[in-house]
Ligand binder design. Structure first.
Ligand code: HEM
Length: 251
């Protein structure tokens, strides 16, 4: 896609592909993983989901094979991408989402939550401040989701591999039980964050340009100036190294 003069690049083609590959794998892994829980007391969706998958012929060993194969493909593609793009994508992403400014980030999260729930006008009428602290490439809410998403995904891969390969070891059955309990907790942690992530990306007002950038790669410069002023300053000053590198590639 041609870069228009008032648009600036936000995501590379590789990052966009990986995001939607990740989203598709996550939905399929959640759907099949939930189908593997056949204890009614632990089943968050209810047993109707397990019965639906069974009716579709997905049960027992076959469902486990589908889930595990999908998990291995997801983790392998991610591992390759993360290593190949270590300097240009992986490291800048981890540095960006792992850098917090507690006071400003907490203020952003509280004011944004109040604005979305109570409403800006009512807050102003009560004399409460509504302006949000200046944000970098990701805002505080996105960082608060990204960190558990990365750690939870790493935990899922590690515990998934242990559950898959350690059954035959001495004492393996106990190890598998522990691994699966942690696997379940990691999935729950990310799934809860995902509900807020998808709401913020698709329904929350004012986020349309960021959503479209996950397809086109670009955001309007005005949007970046307003939503991500600290990042926009870096771009304007030519100090956004990753972006400069990404810009050499066409989308
Ligand atoms: C299926 C529906 C999903 C939608 C509509 C969606 C939408 C988006 C959008 C629009 C962005 C870009 C935000 C920006 O440029 O400022 C984004 C970023 C991101 N997405 Fe998703 N996403 C989805 C699923 C997922 C899943 C399943 C995961 C991981 C488990 C995920 C993890 C991330 C992360 C880590 C980022 C970067 C940080 C952030 O914006 O929170 N997304 N997503």
């Amino acid at each position: 896609m041609e870069k228009r003069p008032d648009m600036i690049r936000r995501h590379s083609a590789g990052a966009i592909f990986m995001h939607w590959f990740n989203a598709g794998c996550w939905i399929a892994l959640l759907a099949t993983g939930l189908g593997l829980i056949d204890n009614p007391e632990l089943q968050p969706l209810g047993m109707w989901w397990v019965r639906t998958l069974h009716a579709l012929g997905l049960d027992g060993v076959l469902l486990l094979q589908v889930h595990a194969t999908l998990g291995l493909v997801w983790a392998s593609v991610y591992a390759v991408f993360s290593l190949v793009r270590l300097k240009s994508e992986t490291w800048p992403f981890l540095r960006e989402v792992g850098t917090f400014s507690p006071q400003s980030d907490l203020t952003w999260v509280l004011r944004k939550t109040l604005t979305l729930t109570v409403g800006e006008e009512r807050l102003r009428a009560k004399g409460l401040a509504t302006e949000l602290p200046a944000q970098g490439f990701y805002n505080a809410g996105q960082k608060l989701f990204a960190v558990p998403a990365v750690l939870g995904s790493a935990g899922l891969v590690a515990t998934g591999l242990i559950a898959l390969f350690s059954r035959a070891w001495p004492g393996g059955a106990d190890v598998v039980q522990w691994a699966l309990a942690i696997h379940f907790l990691c999935a729950a942690l990310v799934a809860v964050g995902l509900v807020v992530h998808v709401y913020m990306a698709t329904i929350a007002p004012g986020e349309g340009p960021a959503f479209r950038s996950m397809f086109t790669g670009f955001v309007p410069e005005d949007f970046a100036r307003h939503h991500n002023p600290l990042w926009h300053e870096r771009v304007a000053a030519g100090r956004d190294e990753t972006l400069a590198k990404r810009d050499k590639r066409s989308i």
